[in-house]
Ligand binder design. Sequence first.
Ligand code: ZN
Ligand code: ZN
Length: 90
Amino acid sequence: MLSEQTIGTDRAINLGNRVLVASATAPGQWYEVAEGQCECKGFHYRQRCRHLAVADAAQGIGSCLSCGRITHGRADGLCPECAAAFGVAA
Ligand SMILES: [Zn+2]
Ligand SMILES: [Zn+2]
């Protein structure tokens, strides 16, 4: 199931272990972001680009509100361990 998401002004498709992010300047161009790397020219030169942040957002990656550890897209913003500790359903 491919679901396109809109993140700010960007469009992204979360494929699980990789994310496709639409180019903001070239219509129809998508960049693949996987394992913290993007295939766009900007990343090639600078080792960073805006697509990485878009990909993170598309994957729902953020920091646990309690311990600050990277967590994956829980609606309550907690990592599984903290959720369990607080007795919140997974
Ligand atoms: Zn990029
Ligand atoms: Zn936590």
